[in-house]
Design a protein around this ligand. Structure first.
Ligand code: ARG
Length: 463
């Protein structure tokens, strides 16, 4: 008979039902959180004189033994126990006798699972934030080396304007900084202890929720017990934060895949991060970024699953909520692996500067500068300058050259007011550096962005 069935039940449940009912196969992952929470709870019960000091000692020692058995692989997990909470309590009682049964005073599995799961999520909010910080550091380091490395900036995957590789890397650094902030904000918002809410309505025992919160290093306690045992926002938040960060990783992966194609050849991934083909001996495939892009699908699915599980539930706990954990575990594990692999891949990729520079000579990247010149120098309306520049682009195409390679005579044949000072404006490095507005791609602005991120990285010592 399962521990969670009192004498009210006469017939034991079938094997099939036990399998459906049990969360133990996956929530055993929460054993450390469960035991930590139980120790805090027992200490509180003792300080409130609900447990004697002797009982507390026996419970704490017993729990330490359970933990050791689990960690040494000596613990027998039996799905008849349903979940990690019952499994730990059963073993504790086997070890220390009926006093083990006192641990569950003023507690329900509803606040217990809310605590364990929250502790897990909080731990991983910080861990993921730390990994993001490391990744941002990698992007900044690459950016420092490439403020003068030019490549074609694109819109619609078509050459648009020259930008620096540093600037491109910093775009990702800023995305991952927002991700970092999201994880930290979720951590702060959810840093409240749910324990003591019991089944749904609180408890008649004289407990001290603040005591438990302090023991577990939460900033405080949650406000409303009914909300607390029903709430999985913390799990949704980490799922959403992961889905967003993975979407960023996926976009980067897509670029890495394109950049490592023969057509682009902007980068070369280290042999470590590429694989071969079973039939084509010459192949080097970017499997790692492909997998990162592919794994984004499952974390999106996990977010939608959890939203869907929760959307129709009455307050408070419903067993549907047991479905909250596997998706979150999967998202967290996927995220942490992705961040570790991505950092390694970025740190070790080879950047082909020459190929990037060569690519900037295709697509008339400084055409906008010709239009801007005419606006600034000749005072003509932008739209007119835009049309004249179109003619210059056609001329360059006819000649099989880039706009930046047109001669002064070529340009004057289109508008005779154009003077020789236009020529340097059309040079691509100058075109890039002319974009010197705040946040732009010029070397000055890019260096400023690097400094901002470096200062920000130095200011973070919480993870
Ligand atoms: N195994 C359950 C879960 O993961 C724990 C809470 C069970 N509570 C209950 N009243 N059945 O959600």
């Amino acid at each position: 008979m399962s521990k969670a069935r009192s004498k009210r039940f006469n017939v034991d449940s079938s094997r099939l039902l036990k399998e459906l009912n049990a969360s133990l196969p996956f929530d055993k992952k929460l054993y450390a959180e469960d035991i930590k929470g139980s120790i805090a709870h027992a200490r509180m019960l003792c300080s409130q004189e609900i447990l004697s000091i002797e009982e507390l000692e026996r419970i704490v020692n017993g729990l330490a033994q359970v933990k050791e058995e689990i960690e040494k692989g000596k613990f027998t997990f039996d799905i008849a126990d349903e979940d990690i909470h019952m499994a730990v309590e059963k073993r504790l009682t086997q070890i220390i006798g009926p006093v083990g049964g006192k641990l569950h005073t003023a507690r329900s599995r509803n606040d217990q699972v809310a605590l364990d799961f929250r502790l897990y999520v909080q731990k991983h909010n910080l861990l993921i934030a730390g990994l993001l910080k490391g990744l941002i550091h990698s992007f900044v380091t690459i950016a420092e080396k490439h403020t003068a490395t030019m490549l074609p900036g694109m819109t619609h995957l078509q050459h648009a304007q020259p930008i620096s590789f540093a600037y491109h890397m910093l775009a990702y650094a800023n995305m991952f900084r927002r991700d970092f902030e999201r994880f930290m904000q979720s951590y702060e918002r959810n840093n409240l202890s749910p324990l003591g809410c019991a089944a749904l309505a609180g408890t008649p025992h004289n407990i001290d929720r603040e005591f438990v919160a302090n023991e577990l290093e939460f900033a405080g306690t949650t406000q409303n017990c009914l909300d607390t045992v029903s709430d999985r926002d913390f799990a949704l938040e980490i799922s959403f934060n992961i889905a967003t960060a993975m979407m960023h990783i996926s976009r980067l992966s897509e670029e890495l895949i394109i950049w490592s194609s023969s057509e682009f050849s902007y980068i070369k991934l280290s042999d470590k991060h590429a694989t071969g083909s079973s039939i084509m001996p010459q192949k080097k495939n970017p499997d790692i970024p492909e997998l990162l892009r592919g794994k984004t699908g499952r974390v999106n699915g996990n977010l939608i699953s959890l939203l869907t599980v929760l959307k129709g539930l009455t307050l408070a706990y419903n067993k549907d909520m047991q479905e909250d954990k596997e998706g979150v575990f999967d998202s967290v594990e996927t995220m942490e692996m992705a961040l570790r692999v991505l950092k390694e891949m970025i740190d070790e990729m080879h950047v082909n500067k020459d190929r990037m520079l060569e690519a900037t000579m295709v697509g008339h990247l400084s055409a906008t500068d010709l239009a801007d010149y005419m606006v600034q120098k000749l005072g003509i309306p932008f739209r007119e300058a835009y049309n004249t520049t179109g003619a210059a682009v056609n001329l360059a195409d006819e000649k099989g050259i880039d706009v930046s390679q047109l001669s002064l005579e070529d340009l004057q044949s289109i508008d005779e007011r154009i003077e020789s000072d236009v020529l340097e404006k059309l040079q691509l490095q100058n075109s890039m550096n002319a974009r010197n507005s705040q946040g732009a791609t010029s070397q000055t602005q890019t260096k400023r962005q690097i400094e901002t991120l470096q200062k920000w990285l130095e200011s973070i010592n919480c993870v």
